[in-house]
Ligand binder design. Sequence first.
Ligand code: LLP
Length: 386
Amino acid sequence: MPKGNFPIEKFKNLNTPFYYYDTTLLRETLEVAQSEASKYGYHIHYAIKANANKKLLDIIKQAGIGLDCVSGGELKAGIEVGFSPDRIMFAGVGKTDDEINIALDNNIGCFNVESVQELEIINSLAIAKGKTANIALRANPNVDAHTHAKITTGTYEDKFGINIELLPEAIKTVRLFKNIKLVGLHFHIGSQITDISTFEDLCVCINELQDELEASGEATVQHINIGGGLAINYEHPNHLPVPDFETYFRVFNKHLKLRKGQHLHCEPGRALVAQSGTLITRVLYVKKGITKQFAVVDAGFSDLIRPAMYDAYHRIENITSEDTPDVYDVVGPICESSDVFGKERKLNCTKRGDLIAIRSAGAYGESMASQYNLRPLPKSYMSEEF
Ligand code: LLP
């Protein structure tokens, strides 16, 4: 069984659970993403919600990538790390007045606006500060992302964005407000999108919308933001650990008809950071039942909630045992039946004290951790610290 590239002897002296980030892989991923995007002059804004660990943010900033934020906390974290405010986008269906003011005070690049009422509020808060806010309207394009229901966002019944049929009207409304300026159109149809043709559907939809707007005499917006969503391979994290950014950007170059001078922005989260992160946990007990056996580990869904929340699959490896594999349910210590990382997983014969690696946990792992049961938040280590 492949074990990934872990400093196991060093791990043995550390308290568990903790996140371990392979910064070499992270840098490589960022470099590939940047070089594929720059082939076409596309701009990447990292969706910080995937992982806001300061050390990772610093590396992402150094790679010359911008930021996509969805809260005042994320805006502050990004600015504190040193992301240039004009390369920060602020999205979210429920921005509070305080959050809008933080964005205005810091002169961020663009608000991705999700409702007509939000336009009105940003305009009035901007008037109070004597500023003009750049905004992009988020369109809900009704493109099915064929992904988990809880991470699909671009269909008619989702709360996100402005229904694409109502968008021309919303654009007219923008003109009524003097302290906001329409600079872009924003789209995001879902996350962990494995079928690349879904992005072609998105391109078709954007092309149609732009044609329609042009036909009705609207001026071309400065940028098109295609959101995030590129998937990673959870089953085989060692197989092509850097996602296929080449194909991803090629699809947009081939199918999206950008207008003259129009820029393309994107907001990947998972694809940039997921494979660099691993949750390392220790086996507390091996409990034998009648039909199955459990490896009870010291990490729980408070540390990594994806399996419990989305039935997400993460590859699980015993990185300290060389013994003949056996089958285990790998479970956490939290008193809820959903606190399971994987059922019927083949692991090298497992005993108390063994270290278990839960792979592909760099995105929506540490950032979704909680203190449920008053458990401490998980610690984190960077590979370059060892
Ligand atoms: N842009 C917008 C407007 C978004 O809502 C999201 C993610 C992204 C970009 C980044 O998407 P990504 O490239 O990471 O797929 N917690 C879930 C994922 C929720 C994604 C929410 N929005 C999970 O663990 O799978």
